[in-house]
Unconditional design. Structure first.
Length: 422
């Protein structure tokens, strides 16, 4: 379901120059860059559409109305429309919109979207949008949105999904919350004896939050260091896949989430039947699950890795209002919006000058220390295509009994062929 908010006003007759406010030639992939806007301007005019996605179950396009209002106070002759799109099929939606000439001006991206659209020369460089990128933003948030030395998306949130356990179930089975793979095995056995699940393996979502997590914890990598070939068909990759298969084969995880993405309220976790989560937005979980939750450190095997990502805003160079789009993105990277997103939707701020957001929530505040062990995924133009060719093979291992090594061999061939085609 598409959710939208529109704020319309008459456009001003005057227009500021592109050299002063907006699009100028640069050495980036698409040859376009935006510069910092004036603090306010009645001359700046245009019409922009931003596509955002649900940052929480409670989020809607209306959530951002106060920031449209404050933007209009500075730029009264710019029209802003916010469209909240569903997460499902978002890449296909974007591709269709671009090919049909209906791309949004501004779009919310996660790191693995940036390389693909940058490679297609569709994004505007944001290197010169702000003077305080290096002084006011967490370096990791900028690195995640940088491709070939160009910043293509402006960070508005950082996500380190809290690892936690259902304390009620732990008390019932007489176990401590797991923090290692061996401890997961022990808790899985104890939970099964009481008709609970250890965890849920979501096989229909991005591998950044499923198989890759286990691969990275085992010490493996998705691609080689130069990103030219698959690296997951390794001892670490096999150990990770066999461990997930062990969890499923032993009945420690429900099978439905392996192939179907359920609304959270319909999951076994929400029903109080799952002991452990390797990473979820605990603030949103607590809105539905009444059981007490205990936050634990990120899972460790050979490496400690936390689930997470960065959310950011990109500008398509197909926009008809580049100066207005630049002003809007600049507005949404100011401290007040960053603080709003972090506090309202339980994320972490990418700005170093926005502090104390979660001081009143010990569980969320506690996990902020693990931002440095978050792996947001590979930064590669074909990252999502790689995921698409790997997911069915992993599902075949978990649901159809395919041999893990055979699946890795098949995935390696498919990924290398994909990379060779470019």
């Amino acid at each position: 379901m598409v959710d939208r908010i529109s704020r319309r006003s008459a456009l001003g007759a005057g227009a500021v120059s592109a050299a002063a406010l907006g699009l100028a030639a640069c050495g980036g992939s698409g040859g376009d860059t935006v510069e910092a806007p004036p603090e306010s301007s009645e001359e700046l005019s245009g019409s922009i559409v931003m596509w955002i996605y649900p940052l929480s179950d409670s989020a809607s396009a209306e959530s951002y109305a106060p920031f449209v209002e404050s933007f209009k106070e500075k730029y009264p002759n710019v029209e802003v429309e916010i469209v909240q799109q569903p997460w499902a099929n978002r890449e296909e939606q974007l591709t269709t919109a671009i090919s049909g000439g209906n791309a949004p001006d501004v779009v919310y991206f996660n790191p693995d979207f940036v390389p693909r659209f940058a490679e297609e020369d569709l994004l505007v460089s944001l290197d010169d949008l702000r003077e305080d990128w290096d002084s006011a933003f967490v370096p990791a948030s900028l690195e995640a949105m940088t491709y070939e030395d160009t910043l293509y998306a402006a960070p508005v949130l950082m996500q380190a999904s809290q690892a936690f356990a259902n304390q009620r179930i732990l008390d019932e089975i007489g176990m401590e919350a797991p923090t290692t793979w061996d401890e997961l095995r022990a808790v899985g056995e104890a939970a099964k004896e009481k008709d609970y699940y250890l965890l849920e393996y979501s096989g229909d979502i991005t591998l950044n939050h499923s198989y890759y997590m286990y691969l990275w914890q085992a010490g493996g990598n998705v691609l080689t260091e130069d990103l030219s070939a698959a690296a997951f068909n390794s001892a670490e990759g096999l150990e990770a896949l066999e461990f997930i298969k062990e969890i499923v084969d032993n009945g420690w995880a429900p099978t439905e989430p392996i192939s179907v993405t359920l609304p959270f309220e319909q999951t076994d976790m929400a029903q109080g039947k799952v002991v452990y989560s390797m990473g979820s937005n605990i603030g949103q979980v607590r809105e539905i699950l009444e059981d007490p939750l205990t936050v634990v450190p990120p899972m460790t095997h050979a490496e400690q890795v936390a689930k997470g990502s960065v959310g950011a805003l990109s500008i398509f160079n197909t926009t008809g209002s580049p100066e207005a789009a630049a002003a809007w993105v600049h507005h949404l990277t100011e401290p007040d919006f960053i603080e709003f997103v972090a506090s309202e939707f339980t994320y972490y701020p990418p700005r170093t000058d926005v502090t104390g957001v979660h001081d009143d929530d010990e569980q969320v505040a506690e996990f902020e220390q693990y931002l440095d062990v978050v792996n947001a995924g590979i930064i590669h133009a074909q990252a999502r295509e790689i995921i698409d060719v790997m997911k069915p093979e992993i599902q075949a291992v978990l649901l159809q009994g395919k041999d893990p090594q055979a699946a890795l061999d098949t995935m390696e061939s498919a990924v290398n062929e994909l990379l060779e085609r470019g």
